[in-house]
Design a protein around this ligand. Sequence first.
Ligand code: C2E
Ligand code: CA
Ligand code: CA
Length: 228
Amino acid sequence: MAFQPIVSVRDRTITAYEALMRSTDQAMGRPDLMLGAAERLGRLDDLGRAVRSAVAKDASRAPAGIRLFVNLHAQDLSDETLFDPSAPLSQIASRVVLEITERASLDHITDLQERIGRLRGLGYRIAVDDLGAGYAGLSALALLEPDVVKLDMTIARDIDASATRQHIVRSMAGLCTGMKMELLAEGVETGAERDTLVACGCDVLQGYHFGRPAFGFESIPSDRWGPQ
Ligand code: C2E
Ligand code: CA
Ligand code: CA
């Protein structure tokens, strides 16, 4: 697994890392290729289990008190091992935020809310990933009642030049405060995007500007935080 820092700009600290799958196999160089192959081979469950075991193993090297964000494929929600209290990741569930992408259709999971409830019962927190990119949008928020909302990176891109997207982030920040959800913007690549997002009320950020995914838990170069 590679790990990418998630930061609080206000506190100038790393609050979490997102775990992202990687393969040394040339033909499987990107997660979408791995996920596509697993889907074709009917091995999505195996891949999801391998990811969760690898994160649980790497977690012992993560800085204390730092949360780990772990991506789920929609199909992982139908795998009973995810809900097994003795599974490796369940042991550290209170440190883990499970990301469910808004891009995937969750319609076919009939008992979705019950399953999310079971995950919460194990101690996991829930994030909606890629909000603004898919079709479910706000209904995903109503359905999952997530602890964390991750805005799709198309929202962050050049936000300093888009009054419309600044409005969206300000409104989302208000909505998230009201609903006691944490708002996070990913794909932050420049200091101007960072400063604009913070000014719009989104202080928890992730992106190449702060650090790329790496094999290890890397720190943030001191020049990335911007003005005090
Ligand atoms: P995602 O969950 O939205 O992850 C963010 C992706 O954006 C990652 O690509 C990350 O490397 C990249 N990224 C981070 N910061 C920036 C930035 O500032 N600019 C740009 N342009 N990109 C940035 P990656 O690692 O290639 O993963 C692609 C997708 O594959 C992920 O999108 C996620 O949907 C899926 N994925 C990755 N790892 C896992 C996993 O362990 N399990 C599952 N189910 N899906 C995964
Ligand atoms: Ca993600
Ligand atoms: Ca995302």
